[in-house]
Design a protein around this ligand. Structure first.
Ligand code: BGC
Length: 987
């Protein structure tokens, strides 16, 4: 069974770390600035108009010459600017005492006056500061430190849901002829605390020309991603073993004597770094020689740079990347050589091939850089580099009071390599490669005969603009609106070698299509590869049946799991989100534990959930990181996920380790979420208390019914967990509460005569009226809230809802057997039908192809599970959802568990978790549409196989394989249960 995650020590920021001996965190004092990829910044100028010339006007510029606005193929705004034709302009007009905000060249309008702020009286010939605090296209404008107001600079829209304009890009000034001024100081800092400097020019500049206009834009970019190195020699005697222990603030890739150490991506992985920080250990014995060079590249990873949909989360954990390591070489004779990271013995370079490396924005690789420029490394202390934001449900990441350094138990590795299937030249010089499969990872591109300095640009998208009238001018081009503010663009500057391979490893893209520009001829498709990376190394379950669309659905679930199990379980891998949303993993967890061995992975995630649990016990909507919205249907992941690990893997440690946090969460619900006047579990009556998210009839549901049902499920898990952990008093308490709430549920949400669900007093206007939609029946059945006869009539109501036509909240009519449920109840609907003997309905629902259904996306060409059942349709395109529309979201794929557990019938026995004994209960498709199903599940006892096949005469053949070390109860229709030992069986 699993080892316990034991906290090793509690440390304060400037500690020494036991695992690292006297090693120090080291890094560079210089921060990289790549201005074309920087959508958050504060830019401030100190200026003074020239008195002698009676100058009364000057303008300061940023967001200049953004390459995306200089090439009509790189934007959907319809612009193609020449040099110095696009920028944001802050115009100080002393004559009228105004500060005017202009947007030039960003749209087809050309010049747009966005806002004009009145300044009141001021002496223009004195020094003044003008500042723009810009975050994903919205800016606060300040004059002499006073906020004048805000302005939306981004023509795409306000906030993080859009392709972000402007980036900092080039900065400068514009002067009319005859106007003169002085700039005393230009500063660019980060938007988030500690507001570190990215650029500072303290030189006094006289600007303007007596006779002609002057417009100057310059690129403030500087530096590159830090690299570190250390040279060391070994003693001349035989080496027994050598171990490198390492971790980073950011992500790292180490090489020893030119060879890569380990094979993982994005080490040390994400965590709530101020609480739990993982480290790796590598056996490097065979990599050593007498003189050695250990070299390390750092990327922003999840520590710094872009993270989540909020631009204010840039540099979420800190603004300085750092590395710490200890290499211990043991000789045969017992002697040893120890190398640790020390500023004195290590060198750092900010001039290297990797100009920039960001998970969201992409990687910029300059192969013209021949040799790094090295200087002494600096000690990287946290002081002065930590943000102070946070509070409420978003933890303060500067709080290191409970810091632990733990060995990583999961990693991200290369899973598969895909080769492009085809290439299209969509516009002259725009080559779009189709990988044939939506995926998450990085490209590997082989290029021949590039000129030195030739710049090749790669963009990544999940979908293309379809051939529909509204997209006539974009047809076949990458659809990047749903990637939103993540730049998702790599740039390669060729070194001019005969053959060059670009394989970035410090970024992550979610894509099916790669657009390549900057090459003269298309590359052969074999040279365009997609490296699929994942924390899932192999699948433990496979499934195949006679319905090819269901098979594709199964593969789509696998692909979405691969793409979203990357160091943490994310909602999606592509847009500026990629967060550990709790609701998503809660509903998908049962499928996930079947699909792969993710016990360690989910253990690690539970650590993250504990790390961001609030002091009063609330489980987060997002972990690590915290914040977000969702409420208890999301937070319940802290209870349901460890429970799944226990049942599937027999992992009692996860429950033992997590129990206290689970109990605190229940206490939190008890003390915060109940309404005294009605007794209902209402949560906070706020929008963020989400219900059946993205369910087509969610608006017709009573959210509190879902809350109460999940609370009951949580209590049931708590009761059973308490018993397992020998906490009888707790178990009794949870049992009492469970009985009470079940009773309450039945009294308030079910009409006992008809079995219909009814509205509670949550919405007094609807109280007592029937709810009667699919999503209202699923949970009371799934969580055994309704029992006996009541259960039967409730199930009938559910079946009636499925068998009838339904109308979405938006008024769309849906045929019978439509899937009207959202993230939460979709996960359970098939199971409750099968449990109630209605697998016929489950199969019809599964194999329905009209919208809305699981197979509808398959008919539309889906290769992964979509965020919406209609993310794309051949007729309506993206249906207006161009922004919140991920094509790689596993939540609706939660039907995967039913395919294994019921269609194949390989089901764990809850009385004997971990498959020490299990249930075989294949459900043959009673509708006859599916004629066979076969597959397997790998458990700790080995592979369990199951198949069934229907014959023309109505008989069914079954085969099973039960591995050694376990046994099963076989439940077949109209047969008495049979106990089977290890062996192969056919019936
Ligand atoms: C995410 C979801 C998540 C939800 C919470 C979305 O933006 O992609 O999957 O659960 O927000 O509201």
């Amino acid at each position: 069974m699993k080892r316990m995650l034991v906290p090793l020590m509690t440390l304060l920021p400037c500690f020494c770390l036991a695992q690292f001996d006297d090693a120090k965190w080291i890094g560079s004092e210089q921060t990289v600035l790549y201005a074309d990829y920087l959508p958050q910044f504060k830019i401030c100028w100190t200026v003074q108009l020239d008195k002698a010339s009676r100058s009364d006007r000057m303008a300061l510029l940023f967001g200049g010459n953004d390459p995306r606005l200089m090439d009509r193929n790189m934007n959907i705004l319809g612009v193609e600017n020449g040099v110095d034709e696009s920028y944001i302009k802050l115009e100080l007009d002393a004559a009228s005492s105004h500060l005017n905000i202009w947007r030039i060249g960003y749209t087809v309008e050309g010049r747009e006056l966005l806002k004009s702020f009145e300044l009141g009286a001021f002496d223009a010939y004195e020094c003044h500061t003008i500042e723009a605090q810009c975050c994903l296209g919205s800016a606060d404008i300040l004059f002499d430190g006073q906020k004048l107001g805000d302005v939306v600079l981004n023509p795409m829209g306000r906030g993080g849901d859009y392709i972000a304009f402007p980036q900092l890009s080039q900065i400068g000034y514009a002067m009319e002829a005859g106007k003169l001024a002085i700039i005393h100081n230009v500063e660019v800092r980060n938007y988030r605390s500690p507001y570190g400097f990215l650029y500072a020019d303290k030189n006094m500049q006289k600007i303007g020309d007596k006779k002609k206009e002057v417009l100057r834009l310059t690129d403030p970019s500087r530096g590159a991603m830090p690299e570190l190195q250390c040279k060391f020699a070994l003693k001349q005697k035989p080496v027994k073993e050598a171990t490198l222990t390492a971790t980073a603030r950011g992500i790292y890739q180490a090489t020893l004597n030119g060879k890569q150490v380990g094979s993982e991506y994005y080490a040390p992985g994400i965590s709530q770094y101020n609480k739990t920080h993982f480290y790796q250990q590598y056996d490097v014995t065979t990599m050593l020689q007498s003189d050695n060079r250990l070299r390390v590249r750092l990327g922003e990873g999840w520590w710094a740079g872009a993270l989540t949909f909020g631009g204010g989360n840039w540099n979420y954990f800190g603004d300085q990347l750092a590395f710490i390591a200890r290499l211990v070489v043991r000789y045969e004779d017992g002697d040893s050589t120890v190398v640790t990271t020390q500023p004195e013995t290590w060198e750092v370079s900010n001039y290297s091939k990797v100009t920039y490396a960001s998970m969201f924005q992409g990687e910029v690789f300059d192969n013209t850089v021949e040799a790094n420029v090295w200087r002494k490394a600096c000690e990287a202390k946290l002081e002065g580099h930590l943000p102070t934001e946070g509070g409420g449900t978003t933890p303060q990441v500067c709080d290191y009071s409970n810091f632990r350094l733990l060995p990583a138990s999961t990693s991200v590795g290369l899973h598969t390599v895909l080769k492009a299937q085809q290439v299209n030249e969509v516009r002259p010089g725009v080559f779009v490669y189709d990988m044939g499969q939506n995926m998450a990872g990085v490209p590997r591109i082989t290029m021949r005969g590039l000129r030195k300095g030739q710049t090749v640009t790669f963009r990544f998208a999940e979908v293309l603009y379809p051939n529909l009238p509204e997209y006539a001018d974009k047809k076949g081009m990458l659809m990047l609106e749903n990637i939103r503010a993540a730049m998702a663009q790599d740039i390669y500057i060729a070194g001019g070698d005969a053959c060059e391979v670009f394989a970035p490893d410090m970024t992550l893209h979610g894509f099916r299509y790669i657009e390549i520009t900057g090459i003269d001829e298309p590359l052969p498709t074999v040279d365009v590869e997609g490296l699929v990376v994942s924390s899932v190394d192999r699948f433990t379950a496979e499934f195949e049946c006679s319905n090819p669309k269901v098979n594709r659905l199964w593969q789509n679930i696998q692909w979405s799991m691969l793409s979203n199990f990357i160091s943490m379980p994310t909602d999606c891998p592509q847009r500026n989100e990629r967060m550990g949303w709790s609701g998503d993993i809660s509903v998908f967890s049962r499928t996930a534990v079947n699909m792969a061995d993710v016990d360690e992975f989910l253990n690690q995630h539970m650590q993250a959930i504990r790390d961001v649990q609030t002091e009063d016990g609330r489980f987060p909507d997002i972990a690590p990181i915290g914040g977000g919205f969702g409420g208890m249907l999301w937070g319940s992941a802290g209870i349901t996920v460890p429970w799944e690990c226990w049942l599937q893997y027999g992992d009692l440690d996860i429950l033992a380790h997590h129990y206290e946090a689970m109990a605190r969460y229940i206490d939190y619900i008890d003390s915060h979420y109940f309404e005294a006047s009605t007794g209902l579990l209402v949560q906070l009556r706020q929008w963020g208390d989400l219900g059946d998210w993205l369910g087509l009839e969610d608006g017709k549901n009573d959210k509190t019914l879902l809350f109460e049902a999940y609370y009951i499920y949580d209590l049931d898990i708590m009761r059973q967990t308490a018993l397992l952990l020998n906490k009888e008093a707790d178990a009794e308490r949870y049992q009492r509460r469970l009985d009470e709430r079940k009773q309450f549920f039945i009294e308030h949400y079910i009409d006992p005569k008809t079995g219909r669900t009814v509205f509670s007093a949550f919405d007094p206007k609807r109280q007592g009226q029937p709810i009667d939609i699919q999503g209202s029946y699923v949970l009371p059945l799934a969580f055994n809230i309704v029992e006996g006869e009541l259960r039967e009539i409730v199930l009938e109501r559910l079946v009636a809802c499925i068998e009838r036509e339904n109308t979405t909240d938006g008024g769309v009519n849906c045929p019978p057997y439509s899937l009207m449920t959202g993230f939460i109840t979709t996960a359970w609907i098939s199971r409750v039908l099968s449990d109630g003997g209605r697998s016929d309905v489950a199969y019809r629902l599964l194999q329905q192809e009209d919208y809305p259904s699981w197979l509808y996306p398959v008919t539309q060409g889906a290769t992964t599970i979509w965020e919406r059942l209609n993310s794309y349709t051949h007729t309506a395109g993206f249906g207006g959802n161009n922004s919140m529309n991920s094509f790689n979201h596993y939540s609706f794929g939660a039907v995967g568990q039913w395919l294994i557990n019921r269609c194949l019938g390989i089901e764990r026995d809850e009385e004997q978790p971990g498959f020490s004994h299990f249930i075989l209960r294949p459900e043959v498709d009673p509708t006859g549409q599916m004629t066979f199903a076969r597959g397997h599940l790998d458990t700790r006892h080995g592979r369990i196989e199951s198949s069934w096949q229907t014959n023309a005469d109505g008989t069914v053949n079954y085969t099973f394989n039960i591995p050694e070390g376990t046994s099963a109860t076989l439940l077949l229709p109209r047969k008495t249960p049979m106990e089977l030992k290890a062996g192969k069986y056919s019936y």
